[in-house]
Design a binder for this molecule. Structure first.
Ligand code: MOS
Length: 747
């Protein structure tokens, strides 16, 4: 195990069983019994339904809009558009996904863009009215081309060291290939929705949001109210995968429509609309050039990538997220460029940048291994580094090497015959592929409130949210760790801007972000209880609070913990108070002087077997071993589940997922679950997940990094590398198609 300077830092090594336990989700029962309220589940007296009218061109202008027939239909409250919806402002700070507000002007930039909204007393009446709005357009030719070769686009250097042209031209072994990943849709189970309720000049938005604090900050400006006058509630979320990090037009429209018609308004984005109006992972095209010595040392590494974006956004897919530091090389250059297309605006999607970026880099590494006739695991081990060469800092905790070794061992990699098409199980050809994974590790600033109550229970709350990852459960585990109360005695309240500000569920940062604040608040509340325990008439009268400790929900004498423990609730009752409550804080990694000297990232290795049946051209992923170096794992059950979910998404990315736009009009023609294929149970084998579990001392007391995204990293290239091993077909553009596989000469 590597030291990485971590030894000097203080890190806890003893944890009570609640940390790292395989705990079921504390929010499981309310979800599975249908009691969890999602954004579109809120109902209020007089509530009406808003249904957007979607553009049927992807480039041009609205010439005319005829709403007369729609307005006369039964139950129709209003048909709202540019002229009558009232103010929708651009925010001066914060983040909207689009740099334009809905209905700002008569321009249409993508198919499905909201051009009007029908408001009706029932959903069906609103849908009928929306369908009856007649819009005519002046249509220009759309550009939805999948070739991102446009001339004249600005190129930006993202990372650079040494001299790549000298390094590459002088290298004895070279790989120079272009890889592409398609437009991919987040497809969360729960669609984006807003229920907007005004009370005078105060508005509450029930949202499906991965960041209620950010939504409040941005949307208060959009609707022109003070932050104090906007509450955003997002108690339960049916996932988001990044599409709910920042608000989309539907939030602004629901809020503005509710103000205009003076009634609560519910606006739910349909799955069809989701394909246009709430983001996607943009298409990427990436040229990777690697120069190496015959014994497999990288001499130079280049990644020149482009991603598509819309005409109303400048979203950059950071494909070089991991490239500058994943391997050692003296010469490196990463450049990016944006290419505009008439499709909806992209945004982060699970492992943004790193996931498509690693598809390219880890495919190129595999191609290099074949050229070198070197084992691909060995090639990666040979180029491992404990210094982030992009900035010269040591990694806080990097164990890619151990991931590769553990993965190879668990998978049985030593049994691999490297020859294409050489491994068989009956009529089935087996392909074994692998890839490295990486994703950043960060910690933001936030607050939390912990309350210890006279009924023997506790609560913890802050304005964070749980997109389905296990955040509710982690909250309870930290309070339990600090108080010894069992998790079922701890109520967790999230997803409401009325609570102290919490973090965003994004970038796999929330666990590391909230834990110090919850620990701090728990410690504060415990200190209050200990102080009460020493008051006159209290169970520990005459002692000092510093003589006491809380453990197992009881107050004890530190010197003699087993003797006469007093339940917390008795201490509170003796003090005649109903609860002791304290706020705690987390500091962002960026303002942590100790952290500044380190580069913080998670790592992993994916080992995958595919089965190829040449007689019927059938390909299937048959085995996955995923090894993760993501710091200490707080909850083994929800943590394993996160990695498995990432792998499932990676199978979809490699084999199925892509949004296809009709070149004639920009319509995403597979805008539904029948035609946009995601991996389902039949496509997914058992997924073996191993965590190294080595605490990262720089991330905080618990040494945990986030795990929401890294499980997806490296999966697609491990699959295409396995496909090459089975079939001899190198797929450089995802997803793998049957047409690709029919080029196989393996029979
Ligand atoms: Mo993640 S793309 O930050 O939800």
């Amino acid at each position: 195990m590597q030291d990485n300077g971590a030894k000097q830092a203080e890190v806890r090594t003893q944890f009570p069983p609640v940390i790292g336990a395989e705990l079921s989700r504390v929010d499981g029962p309310v979800k599975t019994t249908g009691r969890a309220q999602y954004a579109a589940d809120y109902n209020f007296p007089g509530l009406v339904y808003a249904v957007p009218v979607c553009a049927t061109i992807s480039n041009g202008k609205i010439r005319a809009m005829d709403t007369a027939a729609a307005e006369k239909m039964p139950g129709v409250v209003a048909v709202l558009h540019h002229d009558n919806i009232g103010p929708i402002y651009r925010p001066s700070s914060g983040h909207m996904n689009e740099d334009r507000q809905p209905f700002e002007d008569n321009n249409v930039y993508y198919w499905g863009q909201f051009v009007a909204v029908a408001v009706g007393k029932t959903l069906q009446q609103a849908q009928a009215a929306a369908a009856a709005v007649r819009v005519t357009y002046d249509e220009d030719k759309p550009n939805v081309s999948t070739k991102l070769d446009d001339a004249g686009v600005e190129t930006q250097t993202r990372s650079k060291r040494g001299d790549v042209s000298a390094g590459f031209s002088g290298a004895p072994v070279k790989v120079d290939e272009t890889y592409a990943t398609p437009t991919e849709m987040h497809n969360p189970m729960e669609m984006h929705a807003t229920t907007a309720v005004w009370d005078g000049n105060r508005v509450t938005l029930y949202e499906s949001s991965q960041g209620v604090v950010g939504y409040q900050h941005t949307l208060s400006q959009v609707l022109g109210v003070s932050k104090e006058n906007m509450r955003v509630v997002s108690r339960f979320i049916g996932s988001g995968f990044g599409s709910k990090l920042s608000p989309w037009p539907q939030s602004a429209l629901a809020g503005a429509a509710a103000r205009k018609v003076n009634r609560p308004v519910k606006l739910m984005v349909t799955r069809k609309m989701m394909f246009c109006d709430t983001g996607h992972r943009p298409r990427t095209q990436q040229n990777v050039r690697i120069g190496a010595t015959p014994d497999g040392k990288l001499v130079s590494l280049e990644q020149h990538y482009r991603n598509s974006t819309s005409f109303v956004g400048n979203y950059h897919e950071n494909c070089g997220e991991a490239t500058p530091f994943i391997y050692t090389t003296p010469n490196l250059e990463v450049t990016s460029a944006l290419v505009k297309r008439n499709i909806g605006t992209p945004c982060p999607m699970r492992g943004p940048g790193a996931v498509p970026g690693l598809f390219a880099v880890e495919s190129a590494m595999d191609e290099l291994a074949w050229k070198l006739k070197m084992d691909p695991v060995e090639l990666r081990l040979k180029n491992d580094t404990l210094i982030d060469e992009s900035n010269g800092k040591p990694f806080s905790s990097r164990h890619l090497k151990e991931c590769l070794q553990v993965g190879a061992d668990k998978f049985g990699w030593s049994q691999r015959n490297p020859e294409v098409g050489s491994m068989r199980r009956g009529d089935t050809v087996l392909g074994w592929g692998m890839a490295a994974a990486s994703w950043g590790a960060w910690r933001g600033g936030c607050q939390a409130t912990v309350t210890l109550k006279a009924d023997g229970t506790a609560s913890v709350r802050c304005a964070a949210q749980d997109p389905g990852t296990g955040t509710y459960t982690i909250f309870a585990q930290i309070v339990s760790d600090k108080t010894g109360l069992p998790v079922d005695k701890i109520e967790v309240l999230l997803g409401d801007t009325d609570f102290v500000p919490g973090g965003t569920s994004g970038g796999s940062t929330l666990t590391a972000t909230v834990m110090p604040a919850i620990a701090d608040a728990s410690n504060g509340a415990v200190q209050m209880v200990l102080a009460m325990a020493t008051r006159p008439g209290a169970p520990f009268e005459g002692k000092k609070p510093s003589d006491l400790m809380m453990n197992g929900g009881h107050v004890h004498l530190k010197a003699n913990p087993g003797e006469n423990p007093v339940p917390m609730q008795e201490v509170l009752r003796a003090a005649k108070v109903s609860y002791a409550s304290a706020d705690g804080r987390s500091g962002a990694l960026g303002s942590d002087t100790k952290a500044r000297d380190y580069s913080t990232h998670s790592f992993g290795a994916q080992f995958i077997e595919v089965e190829w049946r040449p007689n019927i051209a059938q390909l299937r992923v048959s085995r996955v071993v995923s090894v993760m170096d993501a710091g200490r794992i707080i909850n083994l059950k929800t943590g394993t589940n996160q990695i498995q979910g990432g792998v499932v998404m990676g199978i979809g990315m490699a084999l199925f997922e892509q949004a296809i736009y009709d070149p004639r009009n920009g319509h995403p023609i597979n805008d539904n679950f029948a035609d946009y294929i995601v991996a389902t149970n039949a496509d997914v084998p058992a997924i073996e997940v191993h965590f190294l579990g080595i605490p990262d001392p720089i991330m905080g007391e618990y040494g945990a990094r986030g795990i929401g995204e890294i499980g997806l990293a490296g999966v697609a290239p491990a699959i295409t590398n396995a496909v090459y091993h089975a079939t001899g077909v190198r797929v450089r553009e995802l997803p793998v198609s049957i047409e690709d596989l029919l080029r196989s000469t393996v029979v």
